[in-house]
Design a protein around this ligand. Structure first.
Ligand code: HGY
Ligand code: MN
Ligand code: MN
Length: 418
């Protein structure tokens, strides 16, 4: 008779709440944190994870780009067998929530502790993983640690990345003692599981506690630069202007229009999250305007179609408003299907626990997106209250965290032979 797994909701909650205190920010509502790679808060979050991994008897290693791995390789397991890995990330967006990332890291550890408590020994090692810089706030565009672990970027390329102040990833990690050595190799894993908050409202609306992701939406990031003529705001008539910002304003609305036009799929989203204006003085007509682009869908052709429409808009602005324009795309990741084997394993695990699940796509990208390129990967979701995320108002009830962790643990037990 297989001993059932018991998730300690309080143990999981303590790990997540404690991690949420590192980089905590004042918020009128909720609990927020700002944890960028290389910050003191990032070191404290990492230190806490290492401590908790070691408390559970896992052997900890830190690779050259700061990925943290705790390996459970108990006697009775085949140390040479390909491990099953589970985890997520500890970094956050500015004023992010306490669940985005840490839920997945500590649910992975809690799943291992539940197997240990039930004295269920896996046939293969289990790795609990925290990837560096998933959010892409300080260095590059996101998925940094997993990009190296999956061969999308070399260690040297990653370490040479610099932030806005010219500080390299290598120095930032060395400053907090997490510039390890070697390189995590995700292709050596037999399987990878990540639990993450859904960051939208579908589970909450359906009243279902666990999501099993089918596809992670593809994404392209870019920057548009519009160049007009800076000039005197008072003495330049309205007919003599080449205003970069009014042109950019048309572009911003064109992105929204491209993502909402009739017949466009529900999964398509387009966002201009950052706008820059030069020289940025109240009495100067903007000479240069920049606008970021974030376009996502589960179909790459749909994304490319939106980019084509953006280019057409830029050409129209050049001819109608006399501005010069340029579009630079700096990050693209293809839509990524999750492993059928692992999705089926997760569904069977949830059925065993009598937990209802919902299949859905992920609009947000995750480290799992890159890991799926090199091994079987699955992504599970826990509900987000009102779908809010990347905000101190981000919230998932603790019992929902525990239920999703139970399905993760049961899936992990099957995949690892425990
Ligand atoms: O932007 C994203 O999808 C992720 O939350 N970094
Ligand atoms: Mn995340
Ligand atoms: Mn996030």
């Amino acid at each position: 008779m297989t001993v059932p797994l018991r998730i300690h909701e309080d143990r999981l909650r303590t790990d997540i709440e404690t991690t949420g205190t590192f980089g905590a920010v004042d918020a009128a509502e909720g609990r927020g944190r700002t944890v960028s790679t290389g910050s003191a808060a990032n070191r404290r979050a990492r230190d806490r994870l290492v401590e908790r991994l070691e408390d559970a008897g896992l052997a900890v290693r830190v690779d050259a780009v700061g990925n943290v791995v705790g390996r459970w390789d108990p006697s009775g397991a085949d140390s040479e067998a390909a491990p099953v890995a589970v985890g997520s990330h500890l970094d956050s967006v500015p004023r992010g929530g306490i669940f985005d990332g840490p839920l997945g890291v500590y649910a992975g550890l809690e799943a291992v502790r539940a197997l240990q408590d039930a004295e269920r020994t896996p046939e293969r090692p289990i790795d609990v993983v925290s990837f560096t810089e998933e959010e892409g706030v300080r260095f590059a565009d996101g998925l940094l640690g997993s990009s190296v672990a999956t061969g999308h970027r070399s260690v040297d390329e990653a370490l040479a990345l610099t932030d806005d102040d010219g500080i390299s990833l290598a120095d930032a990690l060395a400053d907090i003692g997490y510039h390890g050595d070697g390189c995590l190799d995700a292709s050596a894993w037999d399987a990878w599981l990540e639990l993450h908050i859904e960051q939208s409202t579908r589970l909450e609306c359906a009243g279902v506690p666990v999501g099993v992701v089918t596809t992670i939406a593809g994404v392209t990031h870019g920057e548009v630069t519009i160049t007009g003529d800076a000039n005197h705001a008072g003495s330049t008539s309205m007919t003599e202007r080449t205003d970069a910002l009014t042109a950019a304003s048309e572009l911003v609305l064109a992105v929204e229009e491209a993502a909402t036009a009739d017949g466009r799929p529900e999964t398509l989203v387009g966002t201009v999250g950052q706008v820059g204006v030069e020289p940025g003085a109240v009495n100067v007509i903007p000479g240069t305007a920049t606008a970021s682009l974030d376009v996502r869908d589960t179909d790459a052709a749909v994304i490319e179609n939106v980019i084509d429409e953006v280019r057409a808009t830029l050409a129209d602005l050049e001819s109608r408003r006399g501005v010069d324009t340029a579009l630079h795309r700096d990050f693209t990741a293809a839509p990524t299907d999750m492993s059928g084997r692992l999705r089926e394993t997760a569904h069977v695990a949830a059925d065993r626990l009598d937990v209802e699940t919902l299949d859905l796509h992920s609009g947000a990208f995750h480290d799992t997106m890159y890991v799926a390129d090199v091994t079987d990967a699955a992504l599970l979701f826990a509900p987000s209250r009102a779908g809010v995320s990347h905000s101190p108002r981000e919230w998932t009830d603790w019992d929902d965290c525990a239920t999703a962790t139970a399905v993760l643990a049961e899936t992990l037990a099957t995949l690892s032979g425990a």
